[in-house]
Design a binder for this molecule. Structure first.
Ligand code: ZN
Ligand code: ZN
Length: 304
């Protein structure tokens, strides 16, 4: 029984995380420059248990075909390192809420293609920003997002990927800065087994959810659980914030060096209810990944 449990844990969170059985799987967003396998190579350099990556160039609509060789090298790297891929992050160009018909269709097709690529790479979660209604109104935006999710999930065969709505800071007309908005979208999705949420600490703090003091943190998570449900939480983005509480501005800062402060991260990495939720940083960094290593060391030092 114990052996089976151990095997299951190794499979689900990777070898490194299995060695450290007292905290969640921690990692970072890593670049796929040079091929998707490179995200794993960089993840290993950066001491990640798990990573987030793009599945294509995030600034372009067009996706380069994944070659068999590229995919084989990617799975080899995963097997060799034991690093898991927590999620892929979709292109920033996509806006499922767009009132512009052409852009809306382009967005729907692009996200559908990303779901297919994630299936090919066996990535369990695809994180995306719900969208911006650009003046059409919140209700209209929410309805359009849900319609597009339904079309995507209804159109992908043998889908193993969960579409994860990311909490947003609420900049401009973006939707997803309240838990209620996300719950509203999820309510309208038919295939509820393939819809989840990615919580970003920088975004919810900027949107007005306090998480630094233990009491505030508990209240915010209680609210998440009541409104959305903790079972929907598939991925967490750990980022400190350059901007102040409630600013509705999205600017990431190194862990513990921003306006959120180290307390929030201590609350999260020690939250027993989140033990199985992979957590990745999206903090500023250079080519040598030294900042990722430092931020992950900080996070691991908080686990009690
Ligand atoms: Zn994020
Ligand atoms: Zn952000």
């Amino acid at each position: 029984m114990a052996t089976r449990k151990q095997t299951a844990r190794k499979k689900s969170v990777g070898k490194k995380a299995a060695r450290n059985n007292s905290g969640p799987a921690l990692g970072a967003h890593e670049s796929i420059a040079g091929g998707v396998f490179n995200a794993i190579v960089r993840g290993e350099q950066a001491t990640c248990d798990t990573i987030q990556m793009f599945n294509k160039s995030n600034a372009q609509w067009k996706a380069k075909v994944l070659t068999t060789e590229e995919i084989d090298r990617y799975f080899e790297m995963i097997e060799r390192t034991g690093i898991t891929v927590a999620c892929s992050h979709s292109s920033y160009l996509i806006n499922l809420a767009s009132p512009d018909k052409a852009l809306n269709k382009k967005s729907y097709l692009a996200l559908k293609e990303e779901v297919e690529r994630c299936n090919l790479l066996k990535v369990p979660n695809l994180v995306f920003h719900p969208g911006a209604h650009v003046g059409a109104g919140e209700d209209e935006g929410i309805a359009t997002i849900a319609e597009n999710i339904n079309r995507i999930l209804g159109g992908v065969k043998d889908n193993g990927v969960t579409l994860c709505l990311e909490t947003t800071a609420g900049q401009g007309s973006t939707i997803g800065h309240t838990f209620e908005q996300l719950a509203d979208i999820i309510d309208r999705v038919d295939d509820k087994d393939h819809v989840g949420v990615c919580l970003d600490t920088c975004h919810i703090f900027a949107a007005g959810y306090p998480i630094t003091e233990p009491n505030d943190y508990r209240k915010t998570m209680k609210s998440f659980d009541t409104v959305i449900g903790l079972d929907r939480l598939k991925v967490i983005h750990l980022n400190d914030s350059k901007k102040e509480f409630g600013s509705r501005r999205d600017r990431h800062e190194h862990i513990g060096e921003g306006m959120i402060g180290i307390g929030a991260f201590k609350n999260i990495v020690n939250d027993r209810k989140l033990r199985k939720v992979p957590m990745v940083i999206e903090t500023p960094k250079g080519d040598d990944l030294a900042e990722d290593i430092a931020n992950l060391r900080t996070l691991r030092s908080l686990i009690t």
